[in-house]
Design a protein around this ligand. Structure first.
Ligand code: FES
Length: 221
């Protein structure tokens, strides 16, 4: 409901929206919602694209990271509680991307399997990183952006990040806000209410060489 409608005491009519989504490398799905203000998170956890358990509802304000997914085409971990369908389409328009183009979305479920886990998943298991693990999705999806961003930036970043560098990422990550057009960078932490950050840092460091090898092979995550 917009401010004018609130002031007038009148409910604004929702505006429908349609977006094409390829989830975890799968076929393109045409998703229509009766209200474009629906966040991508709801579609992922609901029947339209899910139900998935990887992206979590935490704060609902873009402040914790629990709802993060990775957009390989943009090299960004996005907080889907803030990424409404209308806003995603507006971002497409701002970047000159056709509204019918598929939005490639990678979730925790698309990373690896029990038999063949992704290096970050394996490292989180090895390090027993997490207590309640509600935030594990945030840490892993965010770490993909963190590590690939390092690999892609400068040659000296082809090294295992120091503990201080990982701590900086976890505590003051540059969350890319898809609610603005064009996207803006906001310093935002990845939150863990259990305080398991030491093991997250060790897991991210452990996974770095394997991630580096994948990056060198042209893999996007
Ligand atoms: S639930 Fe989206 S950032 Fe917290």
């Amino acid at each position: 409901m917009n401010e004018l409608a609130v002031a007038a005491g009148v409910a604004a009519s929702p505006t429908s929206a349609t977006i094409n989504v390829s989830l975890n490398g799968g076929p393109v799905q045409n998703i229509s919602v009766p209200d474009g203000s629906v966040p991508l998170l709801y579609l992922l956890r609901g029947p339209q694209l899910g139900p998935l358990n990887g992206p979590k509802f935490g704060c609902g304000f873009g402040q914790c990271g629990a709802c993060s997914v990775y957009f390989p085409d943009f090299g960004l971990a996005a907080r889907t509680c803030q990424a409404t369908i209308t806003k995603l389409l507006a971002i497409f328009a701002a970047y000159g991307i056709p509204a019918t183009a598929p939005l490639n979305v990678l979730t925790l479920e698309g990373l690896g399997t029990v038999a063949n886990p992704h290096p970050l998943q394996q490292a989180f298991i090895d390090q027993q990183a997490g207590q309640c693990a509600y935030c594990a999705n945030a840490m892993i999806m965010g770490a993909i952006e963190f590590l690939h961003g390092r690999f892609a930036s400068t040659p000296q970043n082809l090294a295992v990040p120091t503990t201080a560098e990982v701590a900086q990422f976890l505590s003051n990550s540059t969350f890319t806000d898809p609610t603005t057009t064009p996207w803006t960078i906001i310093p935002t932490p990845y939150l863990c209410r259990c305080g398991a950050h030491l093991r997250f840092m060790q897991a991210i460091q452990e996974a770095t060489p394997a991630m580096m090898a994948r990056f060198a092979q042209g893999q996007r995550y």
